[in-house]
Write a protein that binds this ligand. Structure first.
Ligand code: SAM
Length: 347
C-alpha cells in the first residue's frame, strides 16, 4: 500500500495508497478502456498514475483536495521538462545556499514533536523562507516545494505517516538534508496537462476528460492527518497545532466524506452521477469500506462493468507487526497481501 513514486524508487514521498507498484496493471486497463486522449484523475495523491499516463502520451488533468498533493501534481504532471531546463538548476542552487533558521517549524516538528532532527528542521525552515522570497511563477514554486518535501521525507523519523513519530530516531534522520532535482516529464504528445486542487465532485462537474480515473480513499485514514506537515510546509501558514504529533487544527474540520463508513457510499455515488456517460477506471481495495459487489452495483448504473484484480503487498506496518504503546511487538497481522480491484466502466 505504501509507495515511493516518480522516476526513482526513493525519488518521491512515502504515501499511503500510492499506486506505484500497480502502474502496469492500471496502464493496461486504461489502454483497453481508452487508448488515447484526456484523462481526468480525480484523486491524484502522489500523481504517480498521472505521471505514468502523461509518459504514455495522454493529456492529464490531475486533481486532489490537499494542497501538498496539488503541488506534487503541478511539478510532475503540469510542468513540462522543456520549460524548466534552465531555471530549475539555478533556483535549486539558490535554495541550497539558504542559511538554516531555527524558528516555528523547527520548534514545532523537531522539539514539540520529533519528526526531524533540529539541524535538518532548521535547514528545511531556512530553505522554505528563502523560497517564499524568490520571484517565482506558481509552477516554479511548486517544483521547488516538491524538491524540499522529498528532501525532508528522506530524513524523517516516521514509518511513512505523520500521525506519529518514532520513539527513537530513525537512522535516516541523522543524514544531512540534500535537495535533489525533481525529474520532470517532457511535454505529452497528447496535449497540455493540468493540476487542480478541488473537491472531487467539483472537479467532476468542472472538467470533461475522455476517460476518468478514480482512486478515492477507502478507509478511515485521513490523508490530511497523515501528511499534515507537508500541507503546512506548502501552505506556510503557521497553523495552530494539537496533540503529540502537532497536527494542524484544520485536520479536525477538513474531513473527507470518503474517510467515513457512513458517508463514503453517498460521496462516491454523487461523483459517479456527475461523471455518468464517460468511461471510468476505478481503483479500490478489498480492505475498504465498500465491498466488491457493492461497488459493482453502483457502477452498473453507469455502464457495463468489468472487474480485474491483483494481489498487492500491504503497507509497511503490516510487515513490522502489532506493537503496544511501549513499542514492544505484541502480535502479528493476519495477512501481508491484499487484493486490489480495478473496475472498468464502459457507458
Ligand atoms: C488513495 S489516494 C490516491 C493515490 C494516488 N492514486 C497515488 O498513486 O498516489 C486518495 C487521494 O484522494 C485525496 N482526497 C481525499 N478526499 C478527497 C476529495 N473529497 N476530493 C479530492 N481528493 C480527495 C487524498 O488527498 C489522497 O491523495
Amino acid at each position: 500500500m505504501f509507495g515511493a513514486a516518480c522516476a526513482g524508487e526513493d525519488a518521491m514521498i512515502k504515501y499511503l495508497g500510492s499506486k506505484r507498484l500497480l502502474l502496469p496493471f492500471i496502464l493496461e486497463a486504461m489502454r483497453d478502456l481508452q487508448p488515447q486522449g484526456q484523462v481526468l484523475d480525480l484523486f491524484s495523491g502522489t500523481s504517480r498514475v498521472g505521471q505514468a499516463l502523461k509518459a504514455a502520451g495522454y493529456s492529464v488533468i490531475a486533481n486532489d483536495n490537499n494542497q501538498y498533493a496539488h503541488c506534487v501534481a503541478q511539478c510532475y504532471v503540469e510542468a513540462d521538462a522543456e520549460d524548466h531546463a534552465l531555471d530549475l538548476e539555478r533556483n535549486l542552487a539558490i535554495l541550497r545556499q539558504a542559511s538554516p533558521l531555527d524558528g516555528w517549524f523547527t520548534e514545532t516538528y523537531c522539539r514539540q514533536s520529533r519528526f526531524f532532527q533540529p539541524q535538518n528542521g532548521a535547514r528545511i525552515e531556512g530553505m522554505r523562507i528563502a523560497l517564499e522570497q524568490m520571484p517565482l511563477t506558481p509552477i516554479q514554486k511548486s517544483i521547488l516545494l516538491v524538491a524540499l518535501m522529498e528532501a525532508a521525507d528522506r530524513v524523517d523519523s516516521t514509518t511513512g505517516v505523520q500521525m506519529a513519530f518514532l520513539k527513537s530516531w530513525a537512522p535516516r534522520a541523522s543524514n544531512p538534508l540534500v535537495l535533489r532535482k525533481p525529474e520532470l516529464l517532457p511535454r505529452s504528445p497528447g496535449g497540455p496537462c493540468q493540476a487542480w486542487c478541488l473537491d472531487a465532485l467539483d472537479a467532476a462537474n468542472q472538467f470533461e476528460g475522455d476517460v476518468v480515473y478514480l482512486d478515492p480513499p477507502y478507509n478511515q485514514h485521513s490523508y490530511l492527518g497523515n501528511y499534515h506537515i507537508w500541507e503546512t510546509l506548502v501552505r506556510w501558514d503557521f497553523p495552530e497545532v494539537y496533540g503529540k504529533a502537532c497536527k494542524r487544527v484544520d485536520c479536525r474540520q477538513r474531513r473527507s466524506a470518503f474517510n467515513s463508513k457512513i458517508t463514503i457510499a453517498e460521496a462516491l455515488q454523487k461523483v459517479l452521477e456527475a461523471l455518468s456517460g464517460r468511461p471510468m477506471l476505478v481503483s479500490f481495495s478489498d480492505e475498504g469500506y465498500l465491498q466488491r459487489e457493492q461497488i459493482e452495483g453502483m457502477l452498473a448504473k453507469h455502464g457495463t462493468v468489468e472487474t480485474r484484480q491483483q494481489s498487492h503487498v500491504r503497507y509497511v506496518g503490516a510487515k513490522i507487526g502489532i506493537h503496544n504503546q511501549q513499542g514492544l511487538k505484541v502480535g502479528q497481522v493476519s495477512h501481508l497481501k491484499n487484493q486490489e480491484f480495478l473496475f472498468l466502466v464502459r457507458p
